[in-house]
Write a protein that binds this ligand. Sequence first.
Ligand code: ZN
Length: 127
Amino acid sequence: MSYKLHIEEEGNCLECGTAISGRRDKRFCSLSCKNKYNNRAQMVKRQLRAQTIAALTGNYAILEALLKEGKTGAGLEELTELGFDPAYVTGHRRGHFRHDEYACFDIWYYRTDTRIFHLRRKAADQP
Ligand SMILES: [Zn+2]
């Protein structure tokens, strides 16, 4: 047997903390508080996207500089000192040639725990 309890509970506005009564799922005391809360949530999402794009742009510049110098690999420690963050990638293929393959847009490379190698440009759909 199942039944729903209809209990009027008092909660607090997620934005200003003011006590609110009424429907259990009511989360804000006013439209203004709801808008402020949602705008801030959107801003946090925008900032996260901007940080991710900045990290990828930084990685791309470092990888592109390596290619320009004719290099096809580098130590991860050296790259990290330059600002490369291996956590940011745009593509990943598991275990190709025993090593995981990663992409930063059109630049692909294999990565071990200590270095990247076989750095090259290719489209994502190329083998
Ligand atoms: Zn409020």
